[in-house]
Design a protein around this ligand. Sequence first.
Ligand code: SF4
Ligand code: SF4
Length: 204
Amino acid sequence: MIGKGIAKGMVETARNLVGSFHESERMVTVEYPEQKIPAKESARNFPFLVYDGDDWQTGLRCVSCQICEKECPPQCIYIEKDSEKKPDFLGKPQFQPKIFDIDVSVCMGCQICVEVCPFESIRMDREFEYAGTDRFNDMLFSKESLAKSNSYYHQIHPTEATETDAIREDKRQAHILKERAKAEKLAKAKQEAMEKKAEASSTD
Ligand code: SF4
Ligand code: SF4
């Protein structure tokens, strides 16, 4: 019965209203913005770009591959590659973004950009209090304002950030092993070539 549901809801509201003067657990709202409920670790709103170390420009993980730009459903990411490369965390030369903008007034917080990024460069922030008077400039976030440190990432999403660090460490170890195997193969080939040469000259 519709009326019964409404009555039950009204009784619950009345209990909370009266009870809030006596029992703290009945206080289901806070006086925002003076008071704020602490954000949960799983809270996610808009993306940010992660950087390692103290300098966001040298530590920015993004290699400007533009996958997130292509996959973003409302197309609110705009990237332009820089002409020069810089070494990534494995020492491989990679492009950087010259421009990396996100129009947060269009972003729907779907997190697809995070899921498709192969470089653990973009993650979801908990920040949501964005307001401005200029629709086009105030809500268009550039890479300077999107860049946030790995320490910040650990602060807001400790579990996920620790897992991400482990993934990157695994990649680093795999890269070291690959490079070592490559160097050993090269050294072996050189050794064999020298031996062949020595053999050829001894039979002359
Ligand atoms: S969260 Fe979704 S909408 Fe926002 S930038 Fe990422 S892919 Fe685009
Ligand atoms: S954030 Fe990730 S997916 Fe997007 S351009 Fe940078 S590296 Fe590529």
